[in-house]
Design a protein around this ligand. Structure first.
Ligand SMILES: Cc1cc2nc3c(=O)[nH]c(=O)nc-3n(C[C@H](O)[C@H](O)[C@H](O)COP(=O)(O)OP(=O)(O)OC[C@H]3O[C@@H](n4cnc5c(N)ncnc54)[C@H](O)[C@@H]3O)c2cc1C
Length: 312
């Protein structure tokens, strides 16, 4: 049976979460003896989506998303439908599942097939525990960003079927009022490979400069925990965590961050390095390596050492 992916398209661009979902969909579909199919609404470039594609020319963003997903679902009859856990996709996923009476698993970080049904690993109680949910087919899965590798879903596109709203039989939808862009941001921390993140342990706004210098020598960007953003030391767009952004890059340097569950929910980088004066700080549980040290003492040494290695 096939596995359907709902592509996240913003301003006519396929977002990275889509490729993560496609990679997983391909794996699940091969286990189920089917194929991955990606539904793309709008006219973005689909040439890197490594699956079959159904592309519906309905503008971006489209007022007909709900109806389109239903019609495409009826055509494909997939065993599973994968959405990204973004505000736009979650909105469509929940309405779609409710209207069709399908089981839905949210905050999903893993999906497998066992004895003919799906098992979704999902975050519960604010990240304190992970639960395995048995989900009957056809099931709807809303997957957290950073759970799968985007690279696995990139490659040559398969067949591309272009459909109009008329061909799909979609004639009504909700009214599209407008697209509200988030605050203009200088950098998008969710797309950065190297993130130097500061927590309350940095002590003072003036010390953010140290993190900025470290980020500069490493070629990264500066982010922060919620208290840093709430204090106005960094803009909201730099917040990592449940009510901020998820970072998925190669390196996350946590400077004076305790590692509260709401914070680490947003840390999906491949390598986490933590510096904290408290050897029992929870951040060390997710750190690949760390130093029990004062950030104000260690960071200047780190900067000098990196400059020395780079020959600066
Ligand atoms: C609904 C909800 C949503 C939330 N969303 C988010 C979110 O999106 N992102 C987020 O970050 N938080 C979020 N929080 C807040 C979260 O619970 C924590 O309060 C917050 O993450 C703590 O930030 P912190 O680690 O910087 O500060 P603290 O918890 O105060 O930790 C400071 C750390 O610095 C260490 N330290 C102190 N001095 C030094 C020094 N000189 N050198 C080295 N280490 C030092 C201390 O040992 C400590 O571990 C949310 C909370 C709720 C209830």
């Amino acid at each position: 049976m096939d596995v359907l992916v709902f592509a996240e398209v913003i301003e006519n661009e396929v977002q990275d979460i889509t490729y993560e979902l496609v990679g997983k969909a391909k794996q699940l579909a091969s286990e189920l003896g089917g194929k991955a199919v990606t539904l793309v609404i709008g006219n973005p470039d689909v040439s890197n989506i490594n699956s079959d594609v159904i592309q519906v020319d309905a503008g971006d963003p489209s007022p007909w998303h709900y109806a389109i997903v239903e019609k495409v679902y009826e055509r494909v009859k997939p065993a599973a439908i994968l959405f990204g856990n973004t505000s736009a996709s979650l909105d469509v996923a929940s309405q779609f599942a409710a209207q069709l009476g399908l089981p839905i698993a949210t905050l999903v970080t893993e999906i497998s097939v066992s004895d003919g049904q799906f098992v979704a690993t999902s975050i519960a109680y604010g990240g304190k525990i992970m639960v395995d949910l048995a989900v009957k087919s056809p099931g709807v899965f809303v997957v957290n960003r950073g759970s799968f590798q985007a690279e696995d879903g990139k490659g040559e596109v398969g067949s591309v079927e272009k459909l109009s709203l008329d061909e799909l039989g979609v004639s009504d939808g909700v009214e599209f009022v407008g697209y509200i862009k988030p605050e203009v941001e200088d950098v998008d921390i969710s797309k950065a490979d190297i993130v130097v993140s500061v927590g309350r342990g940095i002590g003072d706004e003036a010390n953010i400069e140290l993190a900025e210098e470290l980020a500069e020598v490493l070629g990264g960007v500066v982010a922060g925990s919620r208290p840093i953003i709430d204090s106005g030391w960094l803009p909201k767009t730099r917040q990592v965590g449940r009510s901020g952004k998820t970072v998925v890059g190669k390196l996350y340097l946590a400077l004076g961050i305790s590692g509260a569950t709401e914070h680490v929910e947003g840390v999906k980088a491949k390598n986490v390095i933590a510096i904290n004066t408290d050897r029992d700080a929870p951040i060390f549980r997710i750190a690949r390596c760390g130093a029990v040290a004062d950030v104000l003492e260690l960071v200047p040494v780190l900067i000098d050492k990196i400059r020395e290695i780079k020959g600066e």
